[in-house]
Design a protein. Structure first.
Length: 192
């Protein structure tokens, strides 16, 4: 799949999601906020691609897809599942050079730092505690996938994995599932 096609797929999915919680409730507000963040980064991705910036287009689209996937997992939004991260074989392989390596390394540090900065905040007996743990697990798995891609020289795929994982964490923060212990600047969580 090409990067632009992935963006179009996400745009279609985002256009069909709905928040199941009644309007005026805190869960509805959280759903709208994660939906707005996914839409904002989807828009950024389109702008980057229009400007010929494939690297930042991939990062923005996969970050948006992380927000969307996490919100669907949590039930904040109802809709179709986000497709697995594509490899973008026709384009991501062209992402080479120092600029890409630096961005990939920065996104890796951000994701690793974000994982270390969070603690599950729901009570262990609540149904939200395993959901928070699952989001941490998903982000950790994406960190590992990104590391594997990076070790094999697939910079674009590594960047996509790190960006997508960070989207999962930011959506979890926005949904109130985590306590930020330090490094608050790593999170796009709005006014906290």
């Amino acid at each position: 799949m090409k990067v632009a096609g992935y963006g179009e797929t996400l745009e279609g999915l985002l256009g069909r999601v709905t928040p199941p919680a009644p309007e005026g409730t805190p869960l509805h507000r959280a759903a709208r906020e994660v939906e707005e963040m996914a839409a904002a980064y989807l828009s950024d991705g389109r702008a980057f691609l229009s400007a010929g910036d494939l690297m930042n287009g991939i990062a923005a689209f996969t970050y948006s897809s992380g927000w969307l996937a996490a919100s669907l997992f949590l039930g904040l939004l109802a809709g179709e599942a986000v497709p697995p991260l594509p490899a973008f074989p026709e384009e991501a392989g062209s992402l080479t050079g120092e600029r890409v390596r630096e961005k990939r390394a920065r996104y890796r540090r951000m994701l690793a730092g974000a994982l270390e900065a969070l603690e599950c905040s729901p009570d262990p007996g609540s149904p939200l505690h395993p959901a928070a743990a699952a989001i941490l697990g998903r982000a950790g798995a994406l960190l590992g996938e990104g590391d594997l891609h990076a070790s094999e020289g697939r910079e674009g795929e590594a960047l996509a994995s790190y960006s997508h994982g960070h989207g999962w964490l930011d959506a979890g923060v926005r949904a109130g599932l985590f306590r930020i212990l330090h490094s608050r600047e790593l999170f796009t969580a709005g006014p906290l």
